[in-house]
Design a binder for this molecule. Structure first.
Ligand code: B1N
Length: 832
């Protein structure tokens, strides 16, 4: 059925506008062959698909590098103000298809390869995902740099060049196995090494007070170790190629100059050991999503990339011949969560200790330069570092943080004289048996703007997380609702639907997603409905084949495809989905004639390797899947599939094939969600709670076209204050009691009773922190409504179209324009 998608594109080719970059099919074909011969030293008869992929990437680079150079010349010629997006994660996925689309050369490359007997879609499958992120936070950073380039804003993404991205997942007897992700083992055509921009980073050591020739004292940090930061640049092509920005990723190496002494002292072997220690810094991405690991290596990763980035930013500033008073006019630094917070004391250190600027002046620059995005309210995710660790690794930064805090507490004293409780609460340093540095407090104190990522989340940041900060700085806390790039999440991943929109609302929707609204009048048009749903069905058939390939499980494209794909976390409530599946299974076993539309429940999720309960939930889903899928009694009405190794490239095949999108977090806990937007854009209906961006989606779509269920944020608070008791629900709902008790038997794990009991315990004995039982009945009813609605084909089609066409607000271009207007204040400099 890939065929169908391809046909649509070719059919529309005559209407194609002139591509952003001039390149004919013949030229592309020649460029690919040239790269195969002259860069890869192979020939058509010997080349495998990997070689063709490499050759195609190199051919694309030839076009792209020219635009990159032009963009850089234009930016330095205009001495532009730029945003520097600091993030420990950039979840880029694959780049070939995306770059071709953004250069408007996808069809050209497709034809060129066809002429060479190759299929572009197959070639794209050769590319390993660039999985330098965990989930939503990292993918958001990737969507944002796409939008920044598309809109023509000067911007640099700064991050870490992890040797191993997020682990690869497989299952062994239903349990998650992690293996290292070796995405660049054999090289990566998209990155350019820039040894000319290497940076050196100190660590450990001690601080000395030095009196200068004018009798003024200042601090000098004598490092105990030094690292070398090697930058790798990945070009980021905006749609239409009017801007090519870069993502600059730092790789850690040993600083030979620093280790020279060890060498000279005859420590040849010791020096090699130092070298491999230095290289561990950028070895691996921490696989936690929404929990703080608190490890020394992680703090060093954070400091390493922040120090390299801040130095790089200042190097560019100086190179333009600028003087310190205009630093904040040229530089904006966005902190993607608290992970890069250490950039704040680092900039202060450079300005005060090295440039010898006055503290107040340096501080006034920092306040204007930094802004911070909060992505979660979960207490376990809020970063704190022990003072002792800080003292060891970054002694001078600790002193600077103390001084920032001392001055900050003076302003608190002015606002709330004598109130020590407030001081203790707001202080950057938490007192206690283990004194801790609270990174979020440092961010809020410093930044001129702090944003949450969806309206409800930003409200909760103000009322629950930082209420006193909101009183102290009434205009600081704002909202910027997340978005997704429609280039990757519609144009590239769902070519048939993209072509239908091209035809219906014009090709402009790619850069103006609000245009999709023009398709709304067609939501009730039977011909349009038919085309829309045929595309959905074709996409489902494609996924059917992928499921068969990956798992051997056979599912029918006539079933409702009900999908939950996201990190595995108890607050996201995959376990609620599980107990609803058990409910349906029981109903079917009780009554083989139970009337339900066949349903396929699909999952994709990685669990943090140290998160026991998350791994148990994966195990339970896999065990239930085994049983359900082989049970002849239920006549194929129910299937459960957990696809291994969920990642961006797999997501691109799942979103377009979904009928139902599961967005079922406990209200108040999912800051925004972005998968919710990808599903709806591709025509899935949401079953969801009033949480995160679901709330704003309901405003845009109309809640009546979604399956909203469960407690609201206010009701969750009420229930928790009143005292929540999960047993109340357990004893009052026989269906619920039966499925939970089922988990204690060996029905799903023959010979091993109790293998799934952990899940039951977490929902009863351990108190059901995420209120699964409270929302269970309402969730089941929402699913009954899904079944009823799906039987009405026309009504379902209408709703699917309404969902997709209403997604205009949730494109990341809008998010970026919000940041530009309220936080960054940038100007556009697109190439002519
Ligand atoms: O950030 C996304 C949101 O859409 C999600 O709702 C939110 O859960 C996610 C520590 C995190 N919040 N916090 C993290 C990731 C890694 C880590 O080490 C925290 N991720 C989110 C985009 O705004």
């Amino acid at each position: 059925k890939k065929q169908a998608a391809k046909k649509t594109i070719i059919k529309n080719k005559s209407a194609e506008i002139v591509p952003a970059v001039a390149c004919t099919t013949k030229q592309m074909r020649q460029a690919i062959l040239d790269r195969l011969h002259k860069s890869l030293a192979t020939e058509e008869s010997k080349a495998n698909n990997k070689a063709w992929w490499n050759a195609t990437c190199y051919a694309v680079n030839e076009l792209l590098f020219e635009k990159l150079t032009d963009t850089q010349k234009s930016h330095s010629g205009h001495d532009t103000r730029a945003v520097n997006y600091l993030s420990l994660e950039f979840l880029m996925g694959r780049l070939l298809s995306n770059n071709l689309h953004n250069l408007e050369l996808f069809n050209v490359a497709q034809d060129a390869l066809k002429g060479l007997g190759k299929d572009l879609y197959e070639i794209c499958e050769e590319e390993p995902d660039m999985a330098l992120g965990n989930g939503g936070l990292g993918r958001l950073a990737a969507c944002f740099i796409d939008s920044l380039a598309t809109l023509g804003y000067p911007a640099i993404g700064y991050g870490i060049h992890y040797e191993n991205g997020l682990f690869a997942q497989s299952f062994q007897d239903g349990r998650q196995i992690e293996r290292p992700d070796t995405w660049r083992e054999y090289g990566n055509p998209w990155e350019i090494c820039r040894p000319e921009s290497i940076q050196h980073v100190p660590l450990y050591g001690y601080v000395e007070t030095v009196i200068d020739e004018n009798g003024i004292s200042h601090k000098v940090w004598h490092a105990g170790q030094k690292l070398k930061g090697v930058p790798w640049d990945v070009p980021i092509v905006g749609y239409g190629a009017k801007t090519v920005n870069i993502l600059r990723l730092w790789e850690s190496r040993a600083d030979e100059a620093f280790d020279w002494d060890v060498f000279n002292a005859g420590g040849y072997v010791d020096a090699q050991v130092e070298k491999s220690k230095a290289e561990t810094i950028s070895k691996v991405l921490y696989p936690n999503d929404s929990t703080d690991e608190g490890k020394e290596l992680r703090l060093i990763q954070q400091y390493f990339f922040c120090a390299c980035s801040v130095k790089d930013i200042l190097r560019r500033f100086r190179r333009a011949g600028n003087k310190w008073p205009i630093l904040a006019e040229k530089v904006a630094i966005q902190l993607n969560d608290t992970h890069p917070t250490i950039a704040i004391p680092e900039l202060m250190r450079i300005l005060v200790d090295e440039e010898r600027l006055d503290w107040n002046f340096a501080w006034s620059l920092c306040e204007k330069i930094f802004s911070y995005t909060n992505h979660t309210l979960l207490p376990e995710a809020l970063e704190k570092w022990s003072v002792a660790l800080f003292e060891k690794v970054l002694p001078r930064h600790l002193e600077i943080i103390y001084e920032i805090n001392r001055r900050f507490l003076e302003t608190v004293e002015q606002k709330w004289p004598g109130d020590n409780d407030i001081k203790a609460k707001l202080s950057i340093v938490e007192e206690g048996s283990q004194r801790m540095v609270r990174m979020a407090n440092l961010c809020v104190v410093t930044s001129h703007k702090v944003n949450g990522v969806a309206a409800v989340h930003s409200e909760l940041v103000k009322t629950d997380l930082f209420p006193e900060f909101d009183q102290l700085y009434p205009t600081k806390l704002i909202n910027v609702t997340n978005g997704i790039t429609p280039r990757r999440w519609l144009k590239a991943c769902n070519p048939a639907l993209a072509a239908l929109y091209d035809e219906t609302v014009g090709k402009d929707w790619v850069v103006n997603l609000d245009k999709l609204k023009d398709a709304l009048p067609k939501a009730t048009d039977t011909v349009f409905q038919k085309r829309f749903m045929e595309i959905k069905r074709d996409n489902k058939v494609e996924l059917v084949n992928i499921i068969k390939d990956l798992t051997g499980i056979e599912v029918s494209a006539d079933a409702i495809f009900d999908i939950q794909i996201k990190r595995l976390h108890e607050y996201k409530r995959q376990q609620l989905n599980l107990i609803h599946i058990l409910t349906l299974y029981r109903r079917l076993l009780d009554n083989p004639d139970y009337d339900m539309v066949p349903r396929v429940f699909l999952f994709g999720a990685k669990a943090a390797p140290g998160y026991h309960m998350a791994k148990q939930i994966i195990y339970a889903l896999n065990k239930v899947a085994e049983k359900v899928n082989s049970d002849k009694r239920i006549k194929g009405k129910l299937k459960v599939v957990f696809l291994p190794n969920y990642r961006v490239s797999l997501a691109e095949k799942m979103f377009p094939a979904a009928d139902i999108s599961e967005q079922i977090s406990t209200a108040g806990l999912e800051a925004s969600g972005t998968g919710n937007m990808k599903f709806a854009l591709n025509g899935a209906l949401t079953v969801g709670t009033m949480d995160g961006a679901n709330i704003e989606m309901a405003e845009e779509i109309g809640a009546e076209h979604m399956f909203i269920f469960g407690l609201s944020v206010a009701e969750v608070k009420e229930l928790k204050t009143a005292g929540y008791n999960p047993y109340d629900y357990y004893y009052n709902n026989p269906e619920l009691k039966a499925v939970l008790d089922w988990l204690d038997t060996d029905f799903f794990t023959p010979g091993q009773p109790g293998a799934l009991s952990d899940i039951k315990r977490s929902l009863l004995e351990y108190g059901d922190e995420y209120l699964c039982l409270a929302d269970y009945e309402s969730y089941c009813k929402a699913h009954d409504a899904i079944d009823t609605t799906y039987r009405n084909k026309a009504l379902w089609a209408e709703k699917a179209i309404r969902n997709s066409a209403a997604m205009g607000k949730f494109n990341s271009d809008r998010s970026i324009e919000d940041y530009v207007e309220n936080v960054w204040h940038l100007k556009k400099y697109p190439l002519a």
